[in-house]
Design a protein around this ligand. Sequence first.
Ligand SMILES: NC(=O)C1=CN([C@@H]2O[C@H](COP(=O)(O)OP(=O)(O)OC[C@H]3O[C@@H](n4cnc5c(N)ncnc54)[C@H](OP(=O)(O)O)[C@@H]3O)[C@@H](O)[C@H]2O)C=CC1
Ligand SMILES: CC(C)(CO)C(=O)C(=O)O
Length: 327
Amino acid sequence: MRFDIIGGGAIGLLYGGRLALAGYPVTIWTRTAEQAERLADDGIELVRQGVIRVADVDAFPLQECSRKLPQMDDSEQIILLAVKQTQLTAALLEQVGKLADPNALVIGLQNGIGHVEKLVQAVPHAYVLTGVTTEGALRHGPRTVEHTGEGMIAIGDAFNDLRQKSASDDGLNERMKQSEQEIRHKMLLNAFSLAGITSELSKEMNNRIFQKLLVNAVINPLTALFDVRNGELPQHPRRASLMRALYDETFHVLVAAGMTGDEDRWQQVLQVCERTSENVSSMLADVRAGRQTEIEWINGSVCRLAAQYGLEAPVNASVALLVNAMK
Ligand SMILES: NC(=O)C1=CN([C@@H]2O[C@H](COP(=O)(O)OP(=O)(O)OC[C@H]3O[C@@H](n4cnc5c(N)ncnc54)[C@H](OP(=O)(O)O)[C@@H]3O)[C@@H](O)[C@H]2O)C=CC1
Ligand SMILES: CC(C)(CO)C(=O)C(=O)O
């Protein structure tokens, strides 16, 4: 099993570094040639509670993916797509299509909603899964990533309905035998386990995506607006009230859209703040770096779902306007 990781950002370096330390061949596909050179020369520097480990990886700029395919062998290719929703352009998706071997497993790790449909269209020859990760990661430089919050990854197939509707689907996903898929999934979980990454297979990925969307819809815009780390957000009483208002509205919309489960989701949002207390949320990291945020795919998606189900979402609409106005 070998891993091609697209995007040498916080999540890409975190997973790439941990898998490489476990002995798996890892290639990081970057946006810039400079970062690829740095990673290939010096490896990924993984920081966790002050302990530094260095992982050797291959690295190339993604534009060179058709020229520099890693040597073909018969090991399973796993592609982890670790770029932001904002970076999932037609050009990038075309490169993912070129990089993917027939039958590769391609896993989208994006927060929010929107990447699923694009990936299914872009790599019809591969088998697309979705991953929902609750790890906290912060990139400090071209090769350094800090693991700021222990989490897990749920992996599964969120695309059954889409694949059935997709005219371009050549039937590969349908043809793959159930048992074949199960073996590959188990191998993948085993690789994660050897790398110390907690993972599970889920048969209800749409629900997982909604549950993660709820967490991100509350934490990401408010940490970005108030410029605070995740752990600081609920400590301020008026900001905690705002969290609750955003939570209540989002919860209502997502339940209407099909989110299920009896867990106390408000407590889960608070637990994520606590568990990733030192994390700069990915949206705050974008705002600080002057980059476009994923607000349209997070709170924007909640607004679109609300409209679809005949509901109002004024709090989501307001935070989306405010975060958009920060750039
Ligand atoms: N950070 C976190 O703690 C968490 C993040 N997530 C989600 O994971 C996803 C990734 O987030 P995160 O790692 O934080 O984001 P980052 O911004 O840290 O990383 C994205 C990376 O993608 C690279 N990239 C952009 N365009 C291309 C391209 N055309 N080709 C190759 N690489 C490209 C960027 O390169 P460059 O830097 O050169 O622009 C950057 O290194 C997001 O959807 C996020 O919401 C989920 C859970 C937690
Ligand atoms: C879970 C959380 C909020 C961790 O920071 C995250 O997913 C993000 O930053 O995007």
